[in-house]
Write a new protein. Structure first.
Length: 159
């Protein structure tokens, strides 16, 4: 099963929360405030914010009025960027380019180099979906289900 980590899910929640800051706060929110607003435990929010800051997705501000704000608008942040900030490179198997794990059967593998095609397609698709798309809960036209192309046209569309 291909599944994102809970931290990546929380990172999306935190980033979406940072986009809802009142103008009176100059776009800055505190880790405890984000935790309270989202229901994500504060230590987890702090951990996520640290990783997002290291990836230049958020900016931290020190001092009495300190906290975090978005580095770029949601429209400019791809889901792939968030995944990579939290979980590292998108690598479906150990043998794809950029995988942090070595492949143990690389010299004997009949599929060597073939997973890159799948991995690249997933990375590209995740790179086209932005946090703004997530905020709007809309599915970009390129990703909408087309029953004419489905092997299972009896599956109903969900609106």
């Amino acid at each position: 099963m291909l599944r994102l980590s809970k931290l990546t899910d929380y990172a999306v929640v935190v980033l979406l929360r940072l986009s809802t800051t009142p103008d009176s706060c100059d776009g800055v929110q505190t880790s405890p405030g984000i935790a309270t607003a989202t229901g994500v435990p504060e230590p987890t929010v702090a951990k996520v914010l640290k990783a997002l800051s290291a990836a230049n997705l958020v900016v931290s501000h020190r001092g009495a009025r300190g906290g975090y704000r978005l580095f770029r608008p949601l429209e400019e942040v791809a889901i792939a960027d968030v995944i990579e900030a939290i979980d590292g490179p998108i690598a479906l198997t150990a043998c794809v380019d950029g995988s942090p794990a070595p492949c143990e059967v690389q010299r004997l593998c009949a599929a060597k180099g073939r997973w890159d095609l799948v991995n690249d397609a997933i990375r590209e698709a995740l790179g086209r979906i932005t946090l703004a798309d997530m905020r709007e809960a809309s599915i970009p036209p390129a990703f909408r289900f087309d029953p004419a192309l489905s092997a299972h046209p009896h599956i109903p569309l969900a609106d």
